[in-house]
Design a protein around this ligand. Structure first.
Ligand code: FO1
Length: 315
């Protein structure tokens, strides 16, 4: 069975670990979000691709859900000693090696999809990990920043600065995937979707992880041809993890399973897993209540099984 799953960061990666356990014989292709990608210290960093690669490859820092296990921060400390900015992004020594290899290969002319394949040769995630695009498409956030009492100034900052330095504490006036209109799906993305028996939208951030992938021209329309099952990232009116509520509010969407199902829409979504006790009524979307908290691989596998069963029912 060919399964395609979109994926952002931590929630998506944990869901995928369950999916692999639930469907060990399936061929899984992951379309990873690259809107979070950022250039720092002359290096290209791809947080969501790395989180999927490390999580499925066994190198992830489990509690954090990003970065490497067994990390040290000597390089970060030395950069700080030189006063190099930014100092708010926690890059570890082992993680630096990934960004050095990636930047070296990009500099030699390899597209991000080829770089990702090369990095996965080491990590063996057990899925085919494709960036949503090889082109530059970066999420930026428009905020009104008032410095020392002067009137607020409207400015756009990189998503990582909003997410990590500001902890999304400053309201986002807009969230924009810069470069989306000129970006093309990475090689293999549309083929994987065309060959998929089922497409899954894991409980990743619906705005800055799933939403960004859907903004790459051609991807949403290709997905609308398929049986697509989503897993609500919102349980009881709050995101299970992360700050999806800050992102949903920024685009005028309520933080409910119903509102996210409407955001994806019945043209895309055929089935929708929601937490027991939540409500979703959207014409054209079959809703099933299921326990949605991923405590461990087995609970994530249960959710993945429920999604695959619903897909079978709807195909
Ligand atoms: N998230 C944080 O909250 N603080 C950090 O210092 C941080 C560093 C970091 C380094 C590499 C990486 O791949 C991810 C990192 N993240 C950090 C997580 C990252 O901001 C998010 O995982 C995604 O961009 C959103 O899903």
């Amino acid at each position: 069975m060919h399964i395609v799953s979109l994926a952002g960061g931590i929630g998506g990666a944990r869901f995928l670990r369950g999916l692999k356990a639930a469907a060990p014989d399936a061929e899984i292709t992951v379309i990873g979000n690259t809107g979070d990608d950022i250039n720092l210290y002359g290096l290209r960093i791809c947080p969501d691709l790395d989180t999927v690669m490390y999580t499925l490859g066994g190198g992830i820092h489990e509690e954090q859900g990003w970065g490497r296990t067994g990390e040290t921060f000597a390089v970060k400390e030395e950069l700080a000693a030189y006063g190099v900015e930014p100092q708010w992004f926690g890059l570890g020594d082992r993680d630096f090696a990934t960004h050095i290899v990636r930047t070296q290969m990009l500099g030699a002319g390899y597209p991000l999809s080829a770089v990702t394949r090369a990095l996965c040769d080491r990590w063996r995630p057990g899925v085919t990990l494709l960036p949503m695009t090889d082109d530059r498409a970066e999420t930026h956030v428009v905020i009104d920043e008032s410095a020392d009492g002067s009137p607020p100034r409207r400015k756009a900052i990189h998503f990582q600065e909003w997410w990590v330095r500001l902890r999304a504490s400053v309201p986002a006036q807009a969230i924009i995937l810069v470069g989306a209109d000129d970006a093309k799906p990475a090689p293999g993305v549309l083929d994987a979707i065309a060959q998929a028996d089922v497409v899954l939208l894991p409980p990743s951030n619906p705005v800055v992880s799933i939403g960004t992938i859907l903004q790459i021209p051609g991807i949403r329309s290709a997905l609308e041809e398929k049986t697509v099952i989503g897993v609500s990232p919102i349980v009881g009116g709050a995101p299970v993890r992360g700050m999806a509520d800050a992102c949903l509010t920024a685009i005028g969407v309520e933080t409910t399973a119903q509102a996210v199902a409407e955001l994806y829409g019945p043209s895309l979504l055929d089935g929708w897993l929601i937490a027991e006790g939540d409500e979703t009524n959207v014409a054209g979307i079959a809703t099933r209540p299921r326990p949605l908290i991923m405590h461990d691989v087995e609970s994530a596998a249960e959710i993945a099984r429920a999604a695959l069963e619903l897909a079978e029912e709807l195909r």
